[in-house]
Design a protein. Sequence first.
Length: 127
Amino acid sequence: MAMSMFRSKQRPEPLERPFVHADGCKILKNDPGVELEWSEVERGHFERICVCGRQDYYVPAAPRTQLDPLDPATGHHLGGCEFATATDPALLKVLLKVTEKDGGYWWVQCGSCAAGWQVPHYAESVG
């Protein structure tokens, strides 16, 4: 019997396929209708194990969108900053100081209000 958490429409196709047992599998011989359940070993890694073998499935990584540190949507200016709503790319390039940091993000600092904020290199999800 399949696990209830996999009953959604979004279940990846490889998780729907039956387990392919080896010839002479003792479990299959004793119970021809056996269905092995998937176990999530770690996030995105599923496995099912029989005495005759094992199958692994890794969920494909979601596509990621690279963020722009100069994009006004990623800004976190102080409330009184006169450039908080600025969208002119030339102005933002002069106003904002962008520093690359280890760990997958930029540190952005506004030259007007002295506020600073992090902008990750990639968005968590697309959509």
